[in-house]
Design a protein around this ligand. Structure first.
Ligand code: AMP
Ligand code: MG
Length: 333
């Protein structure tokens, strides 16, 4: 912890001086900059190669830190914050003039999250400023759930990488918009639709969660339209039971094919494989998913056939990331 404290102090100074710091959160590693400094925020887009029209999430350590950034904090937002903050939930609200256009990509809204990760919280508090941070990976590649993933993608492109623990959630935050009339889920995550509904009632699910979207469509969460989370290998999701999956592989795999399957299944297959958690454990799949997608590339795969997870609860987040990695190429057997 002594090391951590010293590094957090250094990192906070870098943020205050307009630099970029990669840091752990409970969801994935984030690439942070001072959210109130437009020039600093621009550096995030350059370091990641992120499209300019994809807005960033602003990370805060307290509701007090958030208040100057939003126009209002209504009863629904308060109820969600009380139940799920600090934690992996991002709330979209109308923004104030204090939020630079670069953060919100010109939208009238801002995305806010209070992370629960101790290092993330300590860093934001030490810096004393809201920190805008997307995932700390190169745009389009699988999100980083370990310091190694960040180093692989961003070494030399950022001012500091806080080399710390692996992420405990493993998929990005749930994003809910309260900017329209009805609450709308823009991105599924660890906080499930069922849990959100318990607090604020009915929630519309944005069609971007399920569907492929062409790159020139106007969408509610701009980030959802890009091909995302993808390894270099071509990803195809196979919706079937294990027997049919195995049979499909025996007919379609070549020497450049890798199987991505559930724990304990790989040994029954006759090709290289990466496992990503137990079949009935969505939370474990979430933790292992992005690391598995990166391992597929390390094995030199041209094509990876992935077992399709169950899409209930946290499984909706896992399935959503996989469908996006596959560009929505799904084969149902
Ligand atoms: P990332 O930073 O890579 O985790 O992505 C953040 C996600 O939140 C993307 O899908 C963004 O499009 C979405 N997002 C951020 N700010 C807003 C906003 N103001 N309105 C709608 N979606 C947003
Ligand atoms: Mg991202």
């Amino acid at each position: 912890m002594q090391n951590d404290i010293e590094n957090i102090r250094l990192a906070a100074d870098i943020l205050k001086n307009g630099g970029l710091v990669a840091f752990p959160t409970e969801t994935v590693y984030g690439l942070g900059a001072n959210a109130l400094d437009s020039e600093a925020v621009k550096k995030i887009f350059i370091a990641k190669g992120r499209p300019q029209d994809n807005p960033l999430i602003v990370h805060i350590d307290s509701v007090e830190m958030m208040m100057p950034l939003v126009k209002g904090f209504d009863e629904r937002a308060k109820a969600l914050a009380e139940r799920f903050w600090p934690g992996p939930l991002t709330i979209i609200m109308e923004r104030s003039e204090a939020v630079p256009d670069t953060v919100s990509a010109g939208l009238s809204t801002v995305a806010i999250r209070m992370p629960s990760d101790e290092i993330a919280r300590a860093l934001i508090s030490k810096a004393g400023i809201p920190v805008s941070a997307p995932s700390a990976n190169l745009s389009g590649s699988p999100s980083p759930t370990s310091a190694k993933h960040v180093i692989d993608d961003l070494s030399g492109r950022v001012d500091m990488i806080l080399n710390s623990h692996n992420c405990t959630v493993g998929v990005e935050s749930t994003v809910i918009s309260l900017a329209g009339e009805k609450p709308r889920l823009l991105r599924p995550g660890f906080v499930t639709v069922e849990e959100l509904s318990e607090v604020i009632g009915e929630i519309e699910i944005d069609k971007a969660v399920y569907e492929s979207i062409s790159n020139d469509t106007v969408v509610n969460a701009p980030g959802m339209k890009y091909k995302h989370y993808a390894p270099k290998a071509k990803v195809v999701v196979i919706k079937s039971n294990f027997e049919k999956y195995k049979e499909f592989l025996s007919q379609n795999a070549d020497e450049k094919t890798v199987a991505m399957c559930f724990a304990g299944e790989g040994k029954a297959l006759s090709l290289p494989f990466v496992e990503f958690g137990e079949e009935n454990n969505s939370k474990q799949q979430a933790i292992m998913l992005f690391d598995a997608l990166r391992k597929v590339d390390e094995l030199g795969a041209k094509t990876v056939y992935v077992r399709c997870p169950d899409c209930k609860g946290v499984g909706l987040a896992v399935t959503n990331r996989l469908f996006k990695a596959a560009g929505f190429e799904v084969i149902e057997l």
